[in-house]
Design a protein around this ligand. Structure first.
Ligand SMILES: NC(=O)c1ccc[n+]([C@@H]2O[C@H](COP(=O)([O-])OP(=O)(O)OC[C@H]3O[C@@H](n4cnc5c(N)ncnc54)[C@H](OP(=O)(O)O)[C@@H]3O)[C@@H](O)[C@H]2O)c1
Length: 253
């Protein structure tokens, strides 16, 4: 029998990058999967890549009406959820003094409010004994310049994931987070990145990361699915997948 056979999984933000990596591992393991995204072109590409058995749904995590509709669609497509992965996230760089209110609101609307209310609305569908995994970020511990708002959005997610872990103990639902460092995805988690800045971002990331390289989507997906299914005595945790960046590992004395 396949590893995830009989499991029903929902990935919020699964059209490309780390979310797509998780989706592909779930599908390979025999799970029934529904994923969301926002951009029509990316949704179409995901449909073409994954085939008709995977439910690919347009739902903007920042839009409450979309979230309401999503719950209905998940209910009729899967009937319930054994594993919910809230991967959605976006970031915009700006020094603290130059952050605009619009940029602040855009990031909090998706990363924090969107994540929060998506889970609140989908929670009645999550089966007792199921699990939820959020994607946070290494920035929760690094204090990276230019990322004040993004870091605030992800720190909030970690905070409310821990409270949710407590509140869901009676239902046997585990709630955990993965905190990626620099990971090679189309967007690197940053909106509007040009090829040039993306290459520079990778170079800086490889230099700053104690393991001397960026991570892969496959490495993050393995950690997500370990928390989702394998880590049966773990809840409220945030696992770094960052090449030692968050802990500042070093070989020098
Ligand atoms: N890559 C990194 O180095 C890195 C490091 C630390 C943390 N992270 C975090 O890891 C997560 C995944 O990052 P990634 O690099 O894989 O990102 P990505 O490739 O940009 O993928 C993000 C996914 O979320 C979807 N999405 C974005 N905004 C949405 C919205 N409002 N509603 C619904 N779906 C939305 C995107 O779909 P559309 O394109 O269709 O909108 C896409 O499927 C994010 O939470 C990010 O903050 C990334």
């Amino acid at each position: 029998m396949s590893e995830y056979s009989g499991k029903r999984a929902v990935v919020i933000g699964g059209t490309h990058g780390m979310g797509l990596g998780v989706v592909e591992d779930l599908v390979a393991g025999g799970a029934r999967v529904l994923l969301t995204g926002r951009n029509e072109k990316n949704l179409e590409e995901a449909r073409g890549r994954l085939g008709p058995d995977v439910h690919v749904v347009r739902a903007d995590a920042a839009d409450r009406a979309d979230t309401e509709a999503l719950a209905e669609i998940v209910g009729s497509a899967l009937g319930g959820i054994d594993f919910l992965h809230v991967n959605v996230g976006t970031s915009e760089f700006s020094p603290f003094t130059e952050v605009t209110e619009e940029s602040y609101d855009r990031m909090f609307a998706v990363n924090t409010k969107g994540a929060f209310f998506t889970v609140q609305r989908l929670l009645p569908l999550v089966a007792d004994g199921g699990s939820i995994v959020f994607t946070t970020s290494v920035t929760n511990v690094t204090g990276s310049p230019g990322m004040s708002v993004y870091t605030g959005t992800k720190a909030a997610v970690l905070g409310f994931s821990r409270v949710l872990a407590s509140e869901l103990l009676p239902r046997g639902i585990r709630v955990n987070s993965v905190a990626p460092g620099f990971v090679d995805t189309p967007s690197m988690g940053v909106s509007g990145l040009t090829e040039e800045t993306r290459a520079e971002f990778m170079r800086v990331g490889d230099e700053a990361t104690p393991m001397g390289r960026h991570g892969t989507v496959a490495e993050v997906a393995r950690a997500v699915l370990f928390l989702g299914f394998g880590a049966t005595f773990t809840s409220g945790a945030e696992i770094p997948v960052d090449g030692g960046l968050g802990l500042g590992l070093s070989t020098s004395l």
